[in-house]
Design a protein around this ligand. Sequence first.
Ligand SMILES: CCCCCCCCCCCCCCCC(=O)SCCNC(=O)CCNC(=O)[C@H](O)C(C)(C)COP(=O)(O)OP(=O)(O)OC[C@H]1O[C@@H](n2cnc3c(N)ncnc32)[C@H](O)[C@@H]1OP(=O)(O)O
Length: 129
Amino acid sequence: MNFHTRKWVKPEDLNANGTLFGGSLLKWIDEEAAIYAMCQLDNKRVVTKYMSEINFLSSAVQGDIIEMGIVATHFGNTSITLFCEVRNKVTRHSILTINKIVFVNIDENFSPVPHGKTKITSSSDKFKD
Ligand SMILES: CCCCCCCCCCCCCCCC(=O)SCCNC(=O)CCNC(=O)[C@H](O)C(C)(C)COP(=O)(O)OP(=O)(O)OC[C@H]1O[C@@H](n2cnc3c(N)ncnc32)[C@H](O)[C@@H]1OP(=O)(O)O
């Protein structure tokens, strides 16, 4: 699994305890995972369908650099299932894991449509016009 995206934990990302607000982290993950799904399915129309239990393993504090790793674990007919781990970039301590994030490939009417993909592909050439 590649950890492509890094975030610097800033004051606006903190909760009242002074640690990283879980909602901020989930927002970043949803965005990162959506881009990953778009690239893998080669379609800009994808929606988050389902997230399994979210396991917050440790916290992050202001100034920490965290990195997000996402990998596809299953290609369905209209869906793709991802695994996500977030860790501290310096210590490599795991901050969170999500075993299943499911995105659905949709058409212009927001209806599920088969994506035809079966395996992970490189994203470097996607969305070139
Ligand atoms: C680099 C590029 C830049 C591009 C730059 C432009 C981008 C510009 C667009 C940005 C976009 C961003 C998006 C961000 C992410 C949101 O913010 S998405 C917003 C939050 N999500 C939603 O609003 C989705 C709301 N739900 C729905 O609309 C409908 O439930 C859905 C998703 C269309 C699915 O409808 P449905 O009737 O459940 O469909 P159904 O055929 O039963 O199931 C479809 C698939 O889901 C699976 N599924 C259904 N229920 C479940 C479940 N509970 N658990 C697991 N799987 C399930 C099914 O098994 C099926 O999979 P396959 O077997 O076909 O593989």
